[in-house]
Design a protein around this ligand. Sequence first.
Ligand SMILES: [Zn+2]
Length: 341
Amino acid sequence: MALVNLRDILADARANKYAVGSFNVVDLASLEAILEAAEFMQSPVILSIAEVHFKYVNLENITPAIKEVARRCSCPVALHLDHGESFEAIMRALRAGFTSIMFDGSKLAFDENIRQTAAIVKMCHAVGVTVEAELGHIGGAEGGSGGAVPPPEEFYTKVDEAVRFVKETKVDALAVAIGTAHGLYKGKPQLDFERLKALNAALNIPLVLHGGTGLSNDDFARCIENGVAKINFYTGMSVAATERIKDKLKSSPESYDYPGLLLEAKAGICRTVSEQIDIFRSKGMCAPDSSLCSFCSGCVIPRKIHAPVGAPAPAAAASDGEALVKKIADAVIDVLRQMKK
Ligand SMILES: [Zn+2]
């Protein structure tokens, strides 16, 4: 099916107490692994490309592939810019056809974050693209070393500021800082659930949790209970892929099988993403009898004969022009038959 935006999937997730996983695409192998997992688990999914990962993946090259694989997926897929910090990155993503943008103004002063986020929301909403913003600051680096545990007090999202921020910017989803960090945690993460509860009670939009890798299943469950409808998960994917490659190289040190290593990475990512989808409770949410099944009925390919992700693309349907020619030919044949009688 065609790509959807965050509004299309997160309202259902928030209402029905599950979270949609947001997994980072860094190459074709990770793209296929994530979508195969989502398809297998019958789960909606968010494909994210982070601005800091532009050095690994060319946005303009990968987006047509993403659209094609998503089209053959029976579950809703959103294409999201993760941590867009520059105007250039946001414009490139919009031009490429992303359906959602994260503008990360968390390093800006509060009023400046509001001003810039509001301007970007206005621009994105005009073309049907949803916007996630960040308030407070989630430390650490994507896939790298994590932030301090617990983070400094000034990093946490303040409830009164969040209320004003959402009202003035009109964002569709808000990433909140409640003690998580990107990358591998340097200690046991301690989440501020009271703060999350208060944010959820004060805001009427889906909340986003960044820094999913390293949290316990109980942490995820309590976050979902308290309004988190989107969970960003990347470091765990990178760890799973790298571990599989390391194991392979250990067992066959003389091998120089580069594509074989890519398959190992893909298998590791697919397994990890499937496990997280289960933990996030989105498994089966786009099965035919689920609350999201209306999405599936809009799929271009009937669900029962849907080709698995990675299978050859079905032949393109006849174009409108060809169909018109056939209709005219049929009508002419009909007229000729009538004349013969
Ligand atoms: Zn993040």
